[in-house]
Design a protein around this ligand. Structure first.
Ligand code: AMP
Length: 125
């Protein structure tokens, strides 16, 4: 069973995403509801590059989220589709980096929504 990092909330500095959620730093927000926020990636790797982020900081990655709150993961995928409909003609690539060695830099679970005319060769951006 994956370990849930519930200690994450109290013992570590807020991540950049927590600071965006708290409106402490600016972001171009494209979607928000009670549990999820989405905004433009500051360093886009595709013509459309959005981040979909649960507001809770209880889960560091998608494995933890799937184990701890599968309904929230399903909602996050639903938001990705809404964003793809609005920004990318309905088709999208969904990426969850999970672990430092594959490039995860923010340990607050988030999905990258990439879109528009991607080819298979760009998978690893
Ligand atoms: P990852 O590498 O999967 O952890 O993704 C973190 C993403 O957050 C990267 O694509 C960054 O470009 C993005 N990012 C970091 N800081 C900001 C910020 N202030 N606003 C928007 N996106 C950010």
């Amino acid at each position: 069973m994956p370990r849930l990092k519930m200690d994450h909330m109290s013992t570590t500095e807020p991540t950049v995403f927590e600071r965006i959620i708290a409106r402490e730093i600016p972001a171009t927000i494209v979607y928000e509801d009670e549990r999820i926020i989405a905004f433009q990636d500051i360093a886009p790797k595709a013509p459309v590059h959005l981040l979909v982020v649960p507001k809770t900081s209880a889960y560091a990655n998608v494995t933890e989220l799937a184990a701890g709150d599968p309904a929230l993961l399903a909602d996050l995928v639903g938001v990705a589709q809404i964003l793809a409909d609005d920004h990318a003609g309905g088709q999208y690539r969904l990426i969850f980096n999970t672990g430092e060695r594959v490039g995860q830099t923010v340990f607050h679970v988030h999905a990258h929504v990439l879109g528009v005319e991607l080819s298979e060769g760009t998978l690893g951006f």
